[in-house]
Design a protein around this ligand. Structure first.
Ligand code: ATP
Length: 131
């Protein structure tokens, strides 16, 4: 199988670099499945999962929004925050989820901010299951 080089970068530095036969993720416009040789593309990403398939192995990465840049031989993901499944601190994500849920129950709180924090926490909890 042909592969492409995948790099995941955040403002704190690189989070992951590997070869992959396929990159799957959700852009704001819908699900994307990228294979080597794909036409150049830039797409904004949702809070969600990036899945890198190589052979019978799949690496799961949590991303908290950002951009995906595709070139025929490489995919670069520029994310606000990103964690590989095995690097997720599950207790921290669970605490963040409870904190966000508590905030959403209080009427005078900034709901949009709490909703996004909840989305990030739930995403991390889901992706941790694939470590
Ligand atoms: P928290 O309230 O726990 O800080 P958050 O969603 O507000 O969660 P972010 O602002 O998205 O956190 O991320 C801040 C930094 O902490 C980033 O580098 C991110 O990768 C890291 N991070 C956040 N939550 C986790 C987690 N559960 N496990 C590992 N790293 C995390």
């Amino acid at each position: 199988m042909k592969t492409m080089k995948v790099t995941v970068v955040t403002p704190d530095g690189p989070v992951h670099e590997s070869e992959a036969e396929m990159v799957s993720t959700r852009a704001t416009s819908g699900e994307l499945g990228i294979l080597p040789g794909h036409i150049p593309l830039v797409a904004p990403l949702e809070i969600g999962a990036v899945r890198l398939k190589n052979g019978n192995k799949t690496q799961w990465i949590a991303v908290s929004g950002g951009f995906l840049e595709v070139r025929p031989d490489r995919v670069t993901i520029l994310a606000q925050a990103a964690e590989r499944a095995e690097d997720i601190d599950i207790e921290r994500a669970q605490a963040a989820k409870e904190r966000a849920e508590r905030r959403l129950r209080q009427e005078n709180m900034d709901n949009k901010r709490a909703e996004l924090a909840l989305k990030r926490a739930v995403n991390r909890i889901n992706i941790y299951k694939h470590k």
